[in-house]
Design a protein around this ligand. Structure first.
Ligand SMILES: *Cc1c(COP(=O)(O)O)cnc(C)c1O
Length: 240
């Protein structure tokens, strides 16, 4: 307790408290228990200190978009649970397995097989959510809703892989209310799945309250916790 806090921790503590209040209020409006909602702090491009601050502020669930950043941070930060929310590249499967990350963004069978193979070889199980594409406003990544059943069935045959639910990353909208029908649709899709597969990762800074109202069990919040993101360096290996 007497240890000096790194710069920025106090601000992160305050912002986390505000986000948690908003999650609780949204859950209350929907008659849900706020304890059903896991807050994932998305730390992409933020300094390492920000990740430490989130963990110190009581948010152990940290989301990363880049495999190299995930590997570096997992080596440097204790006490975190890792979430991978970025584009999956098959050759990054080892990092995802070694950090025991929950992968939110599974959207291809080759990636599913690479994850499963790597996990199985390590005597582990890779946990993943299927990223679903519901949104015609952009050429989004994700498995189209029409192919979801087929994709899930195919993943069922992949040893070492365990699907736990669905994830949605819609195109930005003018108002969070514009996302509500998409969140509702994802929740409806999940309801048809096995009880062990009903995790719903949806909602970001702009719209996490609407997502909680519609049933999110994981919200991925970056800016509201860390402030604006530094811009990505153009060098250093792309979006791996
Ligand atoms: C960056 C990112 C977030 C967080 O975005 P904010 O708007 O800063 O909350 C959530 N999910 C994914 C997949 C992201 O890439």
């Amino acid at each position: 307790m007497s240890e000096p806090r790194p710069a920025g921790v106090a601000a992160v503590v305050d912002r986390v408290a505000a986000v948690r209040r908003r999650i609780a209020a949204a859950a209350g409006r929907a008659g849900r228990d706020p304890g059903e909602v896991t807050l994932v702090a998305v730390a992409k491009l933020q300094p390492l200190e920000a990740v430490r601050a989130a963990v110190a502020a009581g948010v152990p669930d940290i989301g990363e978009n880049y495999a190299q950043e995930l590997a570096d941070r997992a080596a440097a930060v204790a006490g975190a649970r890792w979430h991978f929310v970025g584009r999956i590249q098959r050759n990054k499967a080892p990092v995802l397995v070694e950090t025991r990350a929950l992968v939110h963004s599974l959207d291809s069978l080759p990636a599913a097989r690479a994850l499963g193979r790597r996990a199985h070889a390590a005597g582990a199980v890779a946990r993943a959510l299927v990223q679903v594409e519901l949104d015609e406003r952009q050429a989004a990544h994700g498995v189209p809703a029409a192919s979801l059943d087929e994709f899930i069935a195919a993943c069922g045959g992949v040893e070492g892989l365990q699907l736990e639910g669905l994830m949605l990353m819609p195109a930005p909208a003018a108002s969070p209310e514009d996302q509500r029908p998409l969140f509702r649709r994802l929740a409806e899709l999940a309801k048809r799945l096995a009880p062990g597969m009903r995790a719903l990762s949806m909602g970001m800074t702009a719209d996490f309250e609407v997502a909680v109202e519609e049933g999110a069990t994981l919200v991925r919040v970056g800016t509201a916790i860390f402030g604006p993101r530094p811009t990505k360096k153009a060098t250093k290996g792309g979006a791996g």
